[in-house]
Ligand binder design. Structure first.
Ligand code: ZN
Length: 319
């Protein structure tokens, strides 16, 4: 259980003609940005990707794990998010200091500038738990927008042949004066005072059975809805966000879970990784550093391994 108020829902609407996932992720995006010390624009890129990964994973039957990977040629490098069926999500960016000094024409963080172009990959592991042992599903599309939401929509339509509306956002402020932070306004900002004040979004998928009527209704309705960060800032829960965006389409809630930032790494796993390097490598660590330090990419946790522990691993390897 978490207590940060994050929620993730899965619903259907219009007599199963649409499938919807929506989430409030302010808590888990804050946690991710705090751990990785991401600058404002990198925070928005990471937060959107973590949220998108959670939403996308919710629509997959028998999901074990979904990995979303933006391989970008812009300054941010890679953006990775990995979510599981219980709502655990973890992720990172290669360059947390990637930031822009200009707003885009919408007055928002210019995420596109730090993403650039490249490829978006989605890898889904499903069916292991029920013994199906399916091959992981892999899909990839070129990064067409760099603003993340549009890229998720493009991926869904091209790779999974599901037309979808995607709205994901992250809103930030500087603590103390409460002002909204747009990139470039405050180049001297202190990372410690940066706060993720709202994060969340939704994906609405149009099922093949959808009538022309419902499609044209949604095409008119969704673009005029408030942006998802505005809804989160107003305190809406995920189902209320969907009601606000879609109007009266008769939503049926299928499930609600509490997502959280969570990484599976541990000291034990760090020791296993070192052990797998082999005794020559371990002897090297002893000689050079009299110990070892391992940092998890996904959550930025650092594990210190003492000389004694390295000696024990050596003894086990030799024994
Ligand atoms: Zn970790």
């Amino acid at each position: 259980m978490n207590s940060n108020g994050d929620k993730l829902v899965h619903a259907t609407g219009a007599d199963n003609q649409i499938r919807c996932m929506a989430a409030v992720t302010t808590g888990l995006v804050s946690e991710a940005c705090r751990r990785h010390r991401t600058f404002p624009t990198a925070s928005v890129a990471l937060g959107r990707t973590l949220t998108g990964g959670l939403l996308l994973g919710r629509g997959v039957k028998d999901l074990e794990k979904i990995t979303v990977h933006f391989d970008c040629d812009g300054p941010i490098g890679n953006i990775i998010a990995q979510a599981d069926a219980t709502g655990n999500v973890r992720g990172y960016v290669t360059n947390p200091a990637a930031d822009t000094t200009q707003e885009n024409s919408m007055g928002k963080f210019d995420v596109r500038k730090i993403v650039g172009t490249g490829t978006m990959y989605v890898i889904r592991d499903a069916g292991f738990e029920i013994g199906l042992m399916k091959e992981p599903y892999r899909g990839s599309v070129p990064i067409v927008s760099g603003e993340i939401s549009e890229d998720f929509a493009y991926y869904l339509s091209r790779s999974e042949q599901v037309n979808s509306a995607v709205s994901i956002g992250v809103h930030m402020t500087v603590e103390g004066n409460g002002t909204e932070l747009h990139s470039g306004e405050n180049p001297e900002f202190e990372l410690e005072r940066l706060r993720v004040t709202a994060a969340g979004g939704y994906i609405v998928q149009i099922m093949p059975s959808a009538s022309e009527e419902i499609i044209s209704y949604l095409e008119r309705r969704i673009p005029s809805a408030p942006h998802s960060t505005e809804m989160v800032r107003e305190g809406m829960a995920p189902l209320e966000m969907l009601e606000c965006a879609l109007g009266g389409v008769g939503l049926t809630l299928l499930e609600e879970i509490e997502p959280r930032f969570h990484c599976q790494c541990s000291k034990e796993r760090a020791l296993l990784i070192i052990s797998a390097l082999g005794h020559r490598e371990i002897e090297d660590m002893l000689k050079k550093d009299n110990g070892a330090e391992l940092t998890c990419h996904f959550c930025n946790e650092t594990y210190n391994v003492t000389a004694d522990e390295l000696q024990r691993l050596l003894a086990e390897a030799n024994g």
